[in-house]
Design a protein around this ligand. Structure first.
Ligand SMILES: Nc1ncnc2c1ncn2[C@@H]1O[C@H](COP(=O)(O)OP(=O)(O)OP(=O)(O)O)[C@@H](O)[C@H]1O
Ligand SMILES: [Mg+2]
Length: 573
């Protein structure tokens, strides 16, 4: 075979056919060789470059340096104008090993770089999407176009109890406990679906699923489903229901089990109340202030067959007389100035099917007594401004601490109403006649305050208990409640037993009602000081009057309603 000898023209032809760029210089740094590839990058026809100093053509060239150092530089990145290149530079030696020049072989990597940038961006997007995918509380599952599982997120695993091993590569319906796979539906129809109810996972959790097709370049690639756990919503719903039931019950929160009764007189009162509860009879609860009349009213309602219906309490003393009628019986549109448009339902109507508790019935006006009598006789109410009577089915429980017999004598209470309401009178004995109950009541109250104040009081010592047992208890259980509450406030956090030291001063003598202006280091406004004094004074007169509000209001020369407002304002009792 003959040796092929290549002339400079052929060599140039070969060099030009190489996509990579080539450029060589001699010892003087003059360009002696260059191909089309280099021309494309340099942007100057190579014929114009030949013989020119390389730094003239490519000011950033490092070929002169390679020449000087006699060392190759491989895989270096560099800029030529706007173009990024990657280049290998090498010194060139002749057969004798003498340095004759340097050559660079390089290529345009602008596109590659752009691509790399895009990939980096993609990676960032992917990382962002991945963290969203992993962090979202909604479970997500993705299947491919054949319906085989390809991706699930941690929320999915938590919800279904399944792991990648159970679903990846498996048919779309592996996780379904009840219902049809939405993935398959989406793949079939290429349409999104929303709000499908299913049961998924090993435990068959109730979920709502939304799913959508994954379409890339008009090709169906799969389906993605977002699964919302509704068992949690259901649980919250149930909880809300429960809370609502409790609130409803709070309207009549006590039962006979909540009433402490150790003495015969109290046990008898409870027995009477229990017997009355199961009849529709009107009950009149009588007893001093704070003996537990309200407690009894709740218990009677809850032991009656009306317990699932409303228990409506009306404090007859606290509502102004001119309002009481419309409050009780309601009114029709335009009944009086200031009336709500469309009228208003009265408390009797609200209590329909249930119980109405007319507290402090001894305080209502003669005018209203007449109207109430009619209601009790006819079982009908007439809303204010109306003429048509409405039938109501309401059980009435009334309560009073007023001596009604005396009120009748004084012409303040209608005798006929008295007989109507006291079908079943129940007398609740005062605490001073229920000495045996002081201990269990005290423990009951300690428990209650522990819960309210977050304390852990264990009990009361004998000496302190004896003080309580020998006290007169004008204010009955409510006063006992006050005393225990104050004792607990007097206790340090490390003290767990109530001792005489903790008890407020209990004397059976008339109270010294000289009011001292409370000592205060900071200057208070006059109205604040007056409020303090008013509060203290009312509290003392209340105690002085055995918590009888009618008497207290009279002594203070204010209306009973105004007294109620102040009691509420200062949180007395
Ligand atoms: N036997 C009891 N067992 C447990 N707690 C009781 C008992 N008697 C009364 N109480 C408590 O004492 C407080 C006063 O009771 P309640 O409000 O029923 O009295 P009242 O007779 O309606 O008083 P007033 O006439 O002042 O309205 C309440 O906090 C109640 O829970
Ligand atoms: Mg009461």
């Amino acid at each position: 075979m003959g040796k092929i000898v290549l002339g400079p023209h052929e060599i140039q032809g070969i060099l030009d056919s190489i996509h990579d760029a080539i450029m060589a210089i001699d010892l003087q740094g003059k360009i002696i060789l260059m191909n089309k590839g280099a021309e494309r990058i340099v942007g100057i026809p190579y014929k114009e470059c030949l013989g020119r100093d390389v730094l003239d053509v490519v000011p950033t060239s490092r070929l002169p340096r390679v020449l000087k150092e006699r060392k190759p530089e491989l895989n270096r990145q560099q800029k030529v104008g706007d173009i990024s290149i990657v280049t290998n530079r090498m010194p060139v030696f002749n057969e004798k090993g003498e340095l004759v020049g340097a050559v660079a072989v390089f290529r345009d990597i602008t596109e590659v770089k752009e691509l790399a940038k895009k990939i980096t961006n993609l990676k960032e997007v992917q990382a962002t999407l991945e963290s969203i995918f992993n962090a979202t509380v909604d479970a997500i599952s993705v299947v491919d176009h054949e319906g085989k599982g390809i991706m699930i997120n941690p929320a999915y695993k938590k919800l279904t109890g399944y792991t990648e091993r159970d679903v990846i590569g498996k048919p779309a319906d592996v996780d379904i406990a009840e219902g049809e796979s939405v993935h398959l539906q989406v793949l079939k129809t290429r349409q999104p679906v929303k709000g499908v109810k299913l049961r998924v996972g090993a435990t068959g959790k109730e979920v709502i699923v939304d799913a959508a097709p994954l379409i890339v370049d008009n090709k169906l690639k799969g389906s993605v489903a977002v699964i919302h756990d509704i068992s949690e919503i259901k649980r919250l719903h149930d909880e809300l229901d429960k809370a609502k039931r409790i609130i409803r019950k709070l309207e009549a929160k006590y039962t006979f089990d909540d009433i402490i009764a150790e003495e015969l007189n109290m046990k008898m009162a409870i027995e009477q109340a229990k017997n009355a509860a199961i009849t529709p009879a009107t009950v009149l609860l009588r007893g001093e202030s704070g003996t537990g009349k309200e407690l009894f009213a709740h218990a009677i309602h809850n032991a009656s067959n009306r317990k699932y219906n409303q228990f409506v309490r009306v404090n007859c003393a606290a509502i102004a007389d001119n309002l009481l009628e419309s409050e009780l019986f309601g009114y029709v549109d335009g009944a009086f100035t200031g009336a709500k448009r469309g009228g208003k339902k009265g408390l009797f109507s609200q209590a329909n099917g249930g119980t109405i508790f007319l507290d402090e019935i001894g305080e209502i006006s003669l005018n209203l007594q007449a109207k109430l009598l009619r209601v009790l006789q006819e079982r009908e109410i007439v809303p204010v401004g109306d003429t048509k009577p409405q039938t109501v089915d309401v059980r009435v429980i009334a309560a009073t601490n007023v001596n009604l017999e005396e009120a009748i004598k004084a012409g303040k209470f209608r005798e006929d109403l008295y007989y109507r309401i006291s079908v079943v009178p129940i007398f609740i004995p005062p605490l001073r006649k229920r000495k045996k109950e002081i201990k269990p009541l005290t423990y009951h109250l300690i428990k209650k305050f522990n819960q309210e104040y977050g304390r852990s009081i264990q009990g009361i010592d004998d000496e302190a208990l004896q003080i309580l047992e020998s006290y007169h208890w004008r204010g009955n259980v409510r006063e006992l409640e006050n005393v225990i509450g104050r004792a607990i406030i007097n206790m340090n956090y490390n003290e767990t037993i109530i001792t005489p030291n903790h008890l407020p001063n209990l004397t059976n003598e008339k109270f010294n009602i000289d009011i001292k202006v409370p000592k205060s280091t900071t200057v208070k406004s006059l109205s604040a000081v007056l409020d303090d004094v008013e509060k203290e004074y009312i509290q003392k007169v209340l105690i002085l009057n055995n918590f009888n509000k009618t008497k207290t209001a009279k002594d203070l020369n204010i209306s009973i309603r105004s007294l109620y407002n102040k009691i509420e304002k200062y949180g007395l009792q």
